[in-house]
Each structure stands twice: as C-alpha cells, then as structure tokens.
Design a protein around this ligand. Structure first.
Ligand SMILES: [Zn+2]
Length: 83
C-alpha cells in the first residue's frame, strides 16, 4: 500500500468511527453456541458469512433475522416480539 493510500484509508477509518457516534451497537451471537462473534451497528444489514472462533462453525446470516440488541434494551425488544 502506498503512503497516499494509507492516508486515504486513515481518513476513511476516522470518518467511519465518527459516523457510529449516533448508532446503536448490538452483538452478533453464534447461532450454534452463543459465542459473541462480533459487534454490529444499528445500520448493518444484508447477509454476512461468519466463522465462529469458538465452535469453528461457518454460518451465512441474514442480519434481519439475527438481531440481538444490547442487554439493557432486552425487555423492550421482548415486548415487541410478543405483540
Ligand atoms: Zn459458535
């Protein structure tokens, strides 16, 4: 990578970080063993292929089907499911 590219990447990293200030974080858990695979932001969508570092399973996930909000919002989310 050239130094010009490195500077451009650094700028994009900073920009990305700033953009997450207004987003909520949620955990993506392994569908098999429940291990926390990674943290997603609330604007994440689409399909993801993940490998669980714990059970070594490889899964294709549609993020719309695998939502888990942070623990402090759990009750609100459960209420929504039961309506
Ligand atoms: Zn797993």
């Amino acid at each position: 990578m050239t130094s010009t590219n490195k500077v451009a990447v650094q700028k994009l990293l900073i920009k990305s970080r700033i953009e997450t200030d207004t987003l909520k974080e949620r955990e993506l858990l392994c569908p098999e063993c429940g291990f926390r695979i990674q943290t997603l932001y609330s604007d994440a969508s689409g399909h993801l292929r993940v490998k669980c570092p714990k059970c070594k399973g490889i899964y294709v996930l549609n993020l719309a089907y695998f939502r888990r909000i942070q623990r402090r919002e759990k009750h609100r989310v459960l209420d929504r499911y039961h309506k």
